[in-house]
Design a protein around this ligand. Sequence first.
Ligand code: HEC
Ligand code: HEC
Length: 216
Amino acid sequence: MKRLLLPSLMAALMAVVAVAHANEPAKAAYKGDPAKGQAIGSTVCAACHNADGNSTVAANPKLAGQNADYLYKQMANFKAVDGKQPERVNAIMNGMIAPYTDEQMRDLAAYFSVQTQKGEVAKNRATIEVGQKLYRAGNMAKGLPACAACHGPAGAGMPAQYPRIGGQFAEYIEAQLKGFRDESRANDPNKMMRMIAVKMTDPEIKAVSDYVAGLR
Ligand code: HEC
Ligand code: HEC
């Protein structure tokens, strides 16, 4: 009798434990550790984005102060999975991000997100008004929504999905809008940016990009 009791008690106990686990909420995603991210971020990535994420070359976007979930998503999108073409294609970044694990990408995102952005300035007085109007109000007649609706009135973005664009290099903003327009960049959820960029002319893209560079 005694020999039979112990296993059945154990089984009953394990069933209780299993039910308790099933009722636990899903484990929250790892948030990343800025201190761990710094080791890679301020050395490897610094070559192009600067140690604090304030790149000084317009082709290399500023990462400082960008929202962490957006940074992580871009790194994941740059990374090729199972030999397939990455969701975001860029020869440099596809190579740069390849060695890092999911956890390291979270650490890097955490590190750059807590840095303070040193923003650019608008340079073209003649197009500021057009750029500001597009940014704040869009263009109803063309079915263009206001950029501010998603990227915020000061361009700071909104966690988790909408990136900070205020203070970014105008040249980089322009290149991304053109990429969304010709779909060479196609990693935006629900085609949110592609549907907008496809309705924009070159002068509109230039004007809004210059305005955004000076936005705080
Ligand atoms: C040799 C230069 C170079 C190095 C080194 C480099 N990057 Fe980049 N990075 C770029 C360029 C160029 C782009 C813009 C790609 C594009 O135009 O789509 C970019 C874009 C990014 C973006 C997207 C930003 C955005 O606003 O969408 C992230 C995130 C990023 N890099 C992270 C990193 C991290 C993390 C490292 C270090 C592991 C790193 N990069 C190293 C050149 C570099
Ligand atoms: C409906 C919401 C929405 C509106 C409106 C919107 N955006 Fe976006 N935008 C997004 C999302 C979402 C992303 C991130 C895509 C991704 O995950 O790669 C994005 C990304 C971008 C990027 C790339 C940022 C980077 O660091 O690479 C730029 C530039 C941009 N938007 C500019 C604009 C401009 C300019 C306007 C107005 C003409 C605008 N957006 C309007 C949702 C929006």
